[in-house]
Design a protein around this ligand. Structure first.
Ligand code: 5AD
Ligand code: SF4
Length: 460
């Protein structure tokens, strides 16, 4: 195996893990290539949280098996699905050679030594000590601060796939952060299933590990310009985190706080360990200390037993909070979760119809929230060319996606100020502003002169 390619499904954790395994492969002398066709080893980094990503993997593995028979392709499956019986059955059926659970990613070396026949499914504690080399040429990076989850939400497969929570000692986090900064990273997102419980594994304070609020302040002192984090669990949410955000200028005023449902009755059946009222108290605390906070959430519609009244409570909670953004999911019954085994799934039509109404609400709020930024100047991190190369794309500190036209002296990735001119529910469009607060002249579009004009100018 000399040429490898990884296909990634799922969350930011998986993206981080893909980077980690890629860097291991490279250090073992394997070249990373960017297509299946160019590879002799294809690894699929899987997600098991809903039925859809699992079905995508099933289809893909069917295709890969054909290539295995045609030209001896070696197939690997890593990530959450690998850890489940469901994934292992699939692996046998599709003649998968390498299987790596989320806790045994560093076994990739053993898999290579074994000529690509290896199944590793243990939760080892070597991952936290391991500092992967920084991504090259990127302004944004993920940084894992903990693995696993101690909660047992009745719909969720993650505690099974990723195991119990283990916080990463701060020195490893800060060492990795240093390598990121040295490589030119300017925004870092701290990752964990439940960052608010950082330092409290199995419900107990881990000696020698700071709290999340303390960690935020430590990361803030490193000199990184923008800090984001995800995901917060309302159950473990504490005011000291909001205060650390307020006091640490680099921490963006952006909180992703998954609510899942606005009905306390449904929340109880989900075993979320908070009520609607408690959740709203957290939101109030956030708004009191951070009046400009941008709030996003995850919502599941059609959880078993959810009535129209329960769903109405989700809609009214949405209005009470006024989210900037929400990820919305139809409940997916996952084998191995308590809700799959104990509750009856609602009819598909009921779930789809409710999702439709929720999406309408989400769009209306996103448009209203985004519209409030028109005419204002926002700090944007532009990571590269947009689809149309006359524009750059990136994110605000509040995590809104933005597209801006390239300007004289500001035509490449960097952190800039943009004046927002036009918005949709999904996107903000703007123009770059100079240090004097004046709009920068836009680059003439699509002409060779534009390129010539742009190139000799220094980076912003
Ligand atoms: N069905 C639908 N959505 C789910 N999520 C987790 N498990 C399920 C499931 N079984 C959603 C939750 C979580 C997000 C990552 O995925 O909203 O916050
Ligand atoms: Fe990420 Fe959860 Fe999917 Fe695993 S199951 S990849 S933790 S979203």
């Amino acid at each position: 195996m000399t040429k490898a390619h990884i296909i990634t499904y799922g969350c930011q954790m998986n993206e981080y893990d893909t980077h980690l395994v890629e860097s291991q492969l490279v250090s073992l002398g394997v070249d990373m290539v960017d297509s299946v066709d160019a590879a002799d080893f294809v690894l699929v980094n899987t997600c098991a949280v809903r039925g859809k990503p699992v079905e995508k993997v099933r289809t893909l593995l069917g295709e890969l098996r054909k290539l295995k028979h045609a030209r001896g392709l070696v197939i690997g499956v890593m990530g959450c699905l690998a850890q489940l019986e469901e994934g292992q059955q699939m692996a046998r059926k599709f003649e998968v050679d390498v299987l790596l659970g989320p806790g045994s990613l560093l076994d990739i070396g053993a898999a290579l030594e074994n000529n690509g026949r290896f199944w590793g499914l243990q939760f080892k504690d070597d991952l936290h000590d391991h500092v992967p080399p920084p991504p090259q040429g990127k302004l944004q990076a993920h940084l894992t601060i903990m693995r696993g989850c101690d909660h047992h939400c009745t719909y969720c497969i993650v505690p099974t796939t990723r195991g119990p929570q283990v916080s990463r000692p701060a020195d490893g986090i800060l060492r990795e952060l240093d390598t990121l900064l040295a490589a030119g990273v300017r925004e870092v997102t701290l990752l964990g299933q439940n960052v608010n419980a950082y330092g409290f594994d199995g419900g107990r304070r881990v000696p020698g590990i700071p709290t999340f609020a303390e960690l935020l302040r430590m990361v803030g002192a490193s000199g990184v310009e923008r800090i984001k984090f995800t995901t917060s669990h309302p159950m473990n949410f504490t005011e000291d985190v909001v205060l650390a955000m307020r006091d640490t200028p680099a921490v963006c005023d952006f909180i992703h706080l998954p609510v899942q449902s606005g009905s306390s009755r449904v929340l109880r059946r989900m075993a979320r360990e908070y009520t609607r009222e408690r959740y709203l108290e957290h939101v109030e605390t956030i708004k009191r200390h951070l009046p400009n906070a941008v709030l996003s959430t995850d919502i599941i519609v059609g959880f078993p037993g959810e009535t129209e009244e329960d769903f109405q409570e989700t809609l009214s909670l949405y209005d009470e909070v006024g989210y900037d953004h929400a990820y919305m999911f139809i409940y997916s019954a996952r084998p191995g979760t308590p809700s799959y085994h104990h509750f009856e799934d609602l009819p598909r039509e009921v779930k789809t119809e409710r999702l439709g109404r929720l999406i309408e609400k989400q769009k209306a709020w996103a448009l209203r929230k985004n519209a409030a930024y028109v005419g204002r100047d926002l700090q944007v991190l532009l990571r590269g060319d947009a689809h149309d190369a006359a524009f750059l794309e990136g994110h605000t500190r509040g995590n809104h996606p933005v597209v801006v036209s390239k300007a004289v002296g500001a035509d490449r990735p960097g952190i800039y100020t943009a004046r927002i001119e036009h918005v949709t529910p999904h996107m903000m469009y703007g123009r770059l502003v100079g240090a004097d607060g004046e709009l920068l002249p836009e680059l003439p579009r699509f002409t060779p002169e534009a390129a010539a004009l742009a190139n000799p100018l220094p980076m912003a």
